[in-house]
Design a protein around this ligand. Structure first.
Ligand code: MN
Length: 231
């Protein structure tokens, strides 16, 4: 193919304990999927799930045991962490029944849905799209993907993020309002899911700002930890 410039390489996330990589297609994110976080954002916790997207090239892979540096983003003074379970889709489908939905999951990872909260709040207030708050460069740190064939489908277990060693968010996957299967069922009525799609499944309460010079450690039971330093 005679491209006018070199295309970006395929974004891919390493699979844990393997030399294989998971090629990323789309990144879907679920809004307000833990009751206590919905309340802290001023929403009704019984609202149905809703979705937004980030481009695939917002991914920042965080290898286990290493601290990855991410620059403080432009045009914000309220750069916030959201720790999330990420489900990685391995099999296509639309209108997927919840009882069959987990068959479509290749594996799971720890992710951070980094957010320019001040810009997101302005856009929300004005009824405008969220991209400037959510889809900026390097806004989707992620750890290795653990194959469901090895670890199963986590539906309980702690998730947390610490900043410089102090707890900021700590909750449990069992407190998801819409679990992974229900989320896939709902999302697949709107979009035909494809292998390579990632779903950031939402964050619990305790979202808060991070500053230059601080380090976030995010983890989920059974999926390890990721470390991101803001520079
Ligand atoms: Mn989120």
């Amino acid at each position: 193919m005679n491209y006018v410039f070199d295309p970006e390489p395929q974004v891919a996330v390493p699979v844990a304990d393997s030399d294989a990589h998971f090629p990323v297609r789309r990144i879907y994110c679920v809004g307000r999927n833990y009751a206590a976080h919905a309340r802290e954002m001023g929403a009704d916790e019984r609202d149905p799930p809703f979705f937004f997207c980030k481009p695939d090239n917002t991914i920042v892979f965080c290898p286990p045991g290493k601290t990855v540096e991410v620059p403080y983003p432009a045009q914000t003074s309220d750069y916030q962490h959201e720790i999330e379970l990420v489900a990685a889709i391995g099999k296509a489908g639309r209108d997927i029944a919840a009882v069959r939905a987990l068959d479509h999951v290749f594996g799971y990872a720890v992710g951070l849905d980094m957010t320019r909260r001040d810009l997101q709040s302005q856009m929300k207030k004005q009824g405008r799209p969220w991209e400037v708050g959510k889809a900026f460069d390097q806004s989707a740190p992620i750890g290795p993907i653990h194959a469901a064939s090895k670890i199963g489908h986590p539906n309980k277990g702690a998730l947390w993020v610490q900043v410089d060693g102090a707890d900021r968010q700590r909750s449990d996957l069992s407190l998801l309002i819409w679990n992974v299967a229900e989320t896939i069922a709902n999302l697949s009525t709107l979009f035909e899911l494809q292998p390579g799609d990632l779903i950031y499944t939402g964050t619990p309460e305790g979202v808060n700002a991070v500053q230059r010079g601080q380090t976030m450690t995010g983890g989920i039971d059974g999926l390890g930890e990721i470390k991101v330093a803001v520079v």
